[in-house]
Design a protein around this ligand. Sequence first.
Ligand SMILES: Cc1ncc(COP(=O)(O)O)c(C=O)c1O
Length: 480
Amino acid sequence: MDINNAPLVKALMEYVKQGTIRFHMPGHKGGKAFPKEFLDNLAAGDVTEIPGMDNLYCPAGVIAQAQMLAAKAFGAHHTFFMVNGSTAGIQAMIMAACKPGDKLIVPRNSHRSVWAAMILADVKPVYIQPRYDQENFMATQILVQDVQRALDENPDAVGVLVVHPNYYGMCSHLKQIERVVHGRGKLLLVDEAHGAHFIFHPDLPPSAGELGADMWVQSAHKTLPALTQAAYLHVKGPRVDAKRVAQVIAMLQTSSPSYLIMASLDWARALMEAEGKALIERLMQEIHYAKARLRSHIGLLTINDYDKGEEVEALDPTRLVLDVRPLGITGYRAEKLLREAGVQVEMSDIYRLVLICSVADDRATFKALVERLTNLIEKLPGHRLGPRAEYNKMSISQEIPQQMMSPREAFYSIIENIPIRESVGRICAGIIGAYPPGVPRFCPGELIDKEGIDELLNIQRYGGTLFGLVKNSLVPVVSE
Ligand SMILES: Cc1ncc(COP(=O)(O)O)c(C=O)c1O
């Protein structure tokens, strides 16, 4: 059989053969943290609801047991295994919490699944702008006072959704937010996609469950040894009806859930419960080692060197965020060079590399990272930009544009795609923004203004990338 006629299979096999060092998800890092028996039987273990395997949507056997063990480990009353990532988990949380027409307070730098849920369920967003670190050009976290204000102005909102932590591992003051939200009898929903490991070590930021969230979602596949798409949706306390959540999950997910994904959720919990504390301890030591060497060898900074704003309570010590400004190259370039040197990071932005580390990484992995980064930087020609490069001129406003219609109304309008400069004065039908900072400048249903378009074009000019455009240049707008 020739795999050359199967381009995806071929590309995957080539990537595997290259033996690239993986600082990207999934957290099992090529199977390193799976038991041999599971790895040896991946294809054989890909089964369906045969006798003895239970049923995800009316669990009474092994899936029910595995979910109960997960609930205990993560401090929830009910845990649901998700086979379509935190994406489906976030949609399920919102759709279980809200009725059509309800208001939900959400940060603007939410994951796009939040807008999908708002469109599906006709939920009306009340946006909170995350703080913005101008010096380092990144969105950080939301302020407790901003949550308070949003609730004051919208006493009819159902609740608040918080992203905790963000992609860079920055955590909000979630406990204070919890007091504010529950003090008014509202729901606290948490997108903890990047924090599934938090509960397993006391030196990590507390998990949303420990801080009193009513529902929280975790992408096990990002930071734990679990297969891509594996996620948990947890429910705790009296404010949410778990039966309703189960109903919504069954509506959103496939009727043929992967047993491999579900088994990996069970495995990730079992491993972390038994050995997580020691494994995370070791991981934090290795990251400390890598940071210290990268600093002394090539002067690299990390996110720990930034002044932490009042909105950020803690940083995840297992998220390795390297600031490459001292090298005089962009994060995008550093990512490309590192890839050529056999290391793939999770993502890059103008200033930074974001590396996802997990308990599957060991001393050899970090040693290779330090060596390869040091080698390639030493070979860079001496034409560097200097630490304060031109793109420091980028800025983005904290203003939230006028909302003309709901995301659902915008989505179901007739939509046309028009050049970005011509979009001023029109109603946005998509989510448009710049990366970094990764926060939408215009959301569905909002009036596009000149100031915002100028900001986006300026960021693009200095090397940032715009997201949400059709064919890289057109803005989806509601037809007049
Ligand atoms: C903050 C945040 N929430 C949710 C998601 C969606 O997670 P998943 O890939 O598990 O669907 C992501 C994905 O990157 C994310 O960064």
